[in-house]
Design a protein around this ligand. Structure first.
Ligand SMILES: [Zn+2]
Ligand SMILES: [Zn+2]
Length: 216
């Protein structure tokens, strides 16, 4: 429900002509031949320069069309049907290879963010810190979602949020400030403070830290 169809990420295509693995590439915006496009964002293309289709294509195109170019074997996601793409140089498509592992990771992160945003609606009444922390600590999440999480953090008033926030570096300084303020409020509400020497939580009125034994 949150994602586009990323099922192609797990597909393996082997070039039927040279038996090497085909590369998952971004589809060019328009298929020059028919102007209709391929109906797919990605194409699997054999980028092996030793592939017979590519090696023999130069001569074929020279004879047929009188210009420089060749062919690459191509398959669409979800299909083993063999197609060829005309390419003007050996470098065509080499710059648009998709890092499928990176896309998978981005997609996983995105789904987690969306699930956390939904869970925010019930996190205060359910006393569930997890979606709040997921969003606050995710530097790739949308700022507006992280700010919603920060608002819930204040309401939840849970001491266990302090450690992970203190150990996190925010790129957005407004979040650093906001979280710092909330931590002060939470500490106050629990009659606690952070030891200035070891950062452990101690009683607000303590004279000596029970963790590092420092005098305060
Ligand atoms: Zn091939
Ligand atoms: Zn201490």
């Amino acid at each position: 429900m949150f994602t586009r169809d990323f099922s192609y990420l797990d597909e393996v295509h082997i070039c039927p002509r040279c038996q090497t693995a085909m590369s998952c590439c971004e589809a060019p915006p328009v298929h020059v031949g028919d102007g209709l496009g391929w109906g797919s964002e990605v194409l699997f293309i054999c980028l092996n320069n030793e592939c017979p289709v590519f090696k023999n294509g130069w001569q074929h195109i020279e004879l047929q069309y009188g210009h420089r170019g060749s062919y690459r074997c191509m398959q669409l996601p979800g299909s083993k049907e063999q197609n060829v793409m005309m390419v003007a140089s050996e470098y065509a498509f080499t710059g648009s290879i998709i890092d499928t592992e990176a896309v998978k990771m981005q997609n996983t992160r995105y789904v987690k963010e969306q699930e956390a945003v939904i869970a925010l609606d019930t996190c205060v009444e359910g006393h569930n810190l997890e979606p709040i922390m997921t969003l606050i600590l995710d530097e790739s999440a949308r700022l507006v979602n992280r700010q919603k999480a920060v608002a819930c953090l204040r309401q939840l008033n849970d001491l266990s949020c302090i450690d992970p926030i203190r150990n996190h570096t925010f790129r957005d300084t407004s979040l650093t400030q906001e979280c710092g303020m909330i931590i002060s409020e939470i500490l106050k509400a629990h009659f606690k403070k952070e030891c200035p020497h070891c950062a452990e939580l101690i009683k607000a009125q303590a004279q000596k830290c029970m963790h590092c034994k420092a005098d305060l």
